[in-house]
Design a protein around this ligand. Structure first.
Ligand SMILES: CCCCCCCC/C=C\CCCCCCCC(=O)N[C@@H](Cc1c[nH]c2ccccc12)C(=O)O
Ligand code: ZN
Ligand code: ZN
Length: 479
């Protein structure tokens, strides 16, 4: 009898123990697979900054700066590297980039609100950097803050790099952050940096908005041109002096734009992806670029922002000469900044400049230059591209996502040894008249778009936790 009871108690205890284990297992699965949503009004941190002097980041983002999951390092004196630990060490981490520096701004140029006030006017936050690139700095940190606040623990680890000198090439910020990661043997699944944006009403003839993701960026050349002639009294001038010689060379460069190469780089893919959103006959033309390239290029080149996709662009950005009104200038120098189309090399561009100027009195020196950057993957198996695309389409189903080429250069090029897949995209909506505000006057960000940016990163971080992409059901993109 006693033995019988003993077995009953053991059986009961085993049953209770097993049930408890089962409940714990179910709880664990529920917690691990939970996707956090962000439905409430985000109560903008941007707007809080108005009329304040210094608020330190750890007050605005208390969880980011106190969580045991997040390591914060200052790199190169002013840049920031955040390492966010993931629970699964098998999953290759990814990296989000943005930059905290801005180009100068002066209220007297015609700003509607002081450029460093973050003043809100009619639903827009005004200020230098609001669309380049503080919206991403704040958007990323705010998203991580909200996630941590909700008890989120990432499965896939990630890094956040906030450079402090992107506008002057990133040699101290991005370069040193990349060094820190490289010395730790870090490899990245993908990188998302600033770049292109959601174009709404910007691409002529396109129905609906298009999110252009930069899978490459144009190359660059900064060339110094100079001419020297005899110093002397302006009352006895020679037929030509250094200013005239250099000015004529520059005129020749401006009058002979680089060749049209539209359709020979990633922009071909851009327009193939967008083709179905154009009306006939543009739709037919975009789907048959091999035939219509010459015609389309001639139309596109009329608009500077479109011309950037057609060719290597040439911009004379500095010209210095002369010391006094009555002294012949012995020396004149100019700087030309070219953005190189992927179908051309730096060397080909330099050779063309030389033959166009065709004047041995003009000295040509390459100050800085590099070819266009490698093309990141954007097929159905491309993890980073598909995660960015899914995040975008979940938020904005009306948007067409297409690979493209970033026409400016970004900090991400310093991270090329860490990953093969770099994407340049800001979850920022650009409408007609807005691209001009980048580095221009009245740079601004709508309150609504800022909230969407926070939500974009909030969702992207959670989407990136997936181990592998689900098998794709779609074949080719629609044409
Ligand atoms: C067919 C579609 C039409 C679309 C119209 C396009 C509208 C423009 C939209 C977005 C603008 C793209 C800006 C990309 C960000 C580039 C960042 C930037 O401005 N960088 C500077 C500084 C810089 C950084 N690294 C280097 C290296 C060498 C020279 C300069 C820089 C820049 O590129 O000058
Ligand atoms: Zn920028
Ligand atoms: Zn910029």
């Amino acid at each position: 009898m006693l033995v019988h009871n003993k077995w009953r108690i053991i059986r009961l205890l085993t049953l209770v123990g097993l049930s408890l284990l089962l409940v714990l297992l179910i709880l664990f699965i529920v917690v691990m697979s939970r996707t956090f949503t962000l439905k409430e009004n985000l109560g903008l941190q941007f707007a809080q900054w108005e009329n304040t002097t210094i608020i330190s980041a750890d007050i605005i983002f208390p969880n980011v700066f106190s969580s045991s999951l997040v390591k914060h390092e200052v790199v190169g004196n002013y840049s920031h590297l955040f390492t966010v630990l993931g629970t699964d060490p098998e999953l290759v981490p990814y990296m989000l980039l943005a930059h905290i520096d801005v180009v100068p701004a002066n209220e007297v140029d015609g700003w509607e609100a002081p450029p460093f006030s973050a003043k809100e006017l009619n639903g827009f936050i005004y200020g230098r950097g609001t669309i380049d690139n503080k919206q991403c700095v704040m958007g990323i940190l705010q998203a991580v803050e909200y996630l941590l606040e909700r008890g989120y623990v990432p499965r896939r680890g990630f890094y956040i790099g906030l450079g402090h000198d992107e506008e002057v090439y990133g040699y101290n910020g991005a370069v040193n952050i990349a060094k820190v990661l490289k010395s730790g043997g870090v490899k990245l699944q993908y990188i998302l940096d600033e770049g292109l944006a959601v174009m709404d009403g910007i691409i002529t003839g396109l129905n609906g908005p298009a999110a252009l993701i930069g899978v490459s960026e144009k190359g660059q050349a900064t060339v110094k041109l100079s001419a020297s002639t005899r110093l002397g009294h302006s009352s006895m001038p020679p037929k030509e002096n250094s200013i005239g010689i250099l000015a004529a060379a520059i005129t020749r460069l401006e009058e002979s734009p680089m060749p049209r190469l539209f359709g020979y780089g990633p922009e071909q893919s851009t327009f193939e992806h967008l083709a179905h959103k154009f009306q006939f006959p543009l739709r037919f033309m975009m789907s048959n670029l091999w035939l219509f390239n010459p015609l389309l290029s001639r139309v596109m080149e009329r608009r500077p922002d479109m011309n950037a996709f057609v060719r290597t662009t040439t911009a004379v950005t500095m010209f210095n000469s002369g010391v006094k009104v009555n002294v012949l200038p012995s020396h004149a120098e100019a700087f030309v900044n070219l953005r190189i189309h992927p179908a051309q090399t730096l060397q080909e561009v330099l050779d063309l400049i030389k033959s166009t100027i065709s004047d041995n009195r003009v000295k040509l020196e390459l100050v800085d230059g590099f070819d266009s950057l490698p093309i990141s993957s954007y097929d159905e198996q491309s993890f980073g591209y598909q995660i960015i695309k899914k995040t975008l389409l979940d938020m904005f189903p009306q948007v067409t996502v297409a690979p493209s080429i970033c026409i400016g250069n970004t900090d991400s090029r310093h991270y090329m040894d860490l990953t093969q897949d770099i994407y340049r995209f800001n979850p920022t909506w650009l409408r007609p008249g807005e691209p001009e505000r980048i580095h221009g006057i009245n740079e601004r960000m709508s309150v609504q778009n800022y909230e969407e940016i926070v939500l974009f990163y909030f969702q992207l971080i959670q989407e990136s936790d997936i181990r592998i992409l689900p098998p794709s059901h779609t074949g080719q993109h629609e044409l």
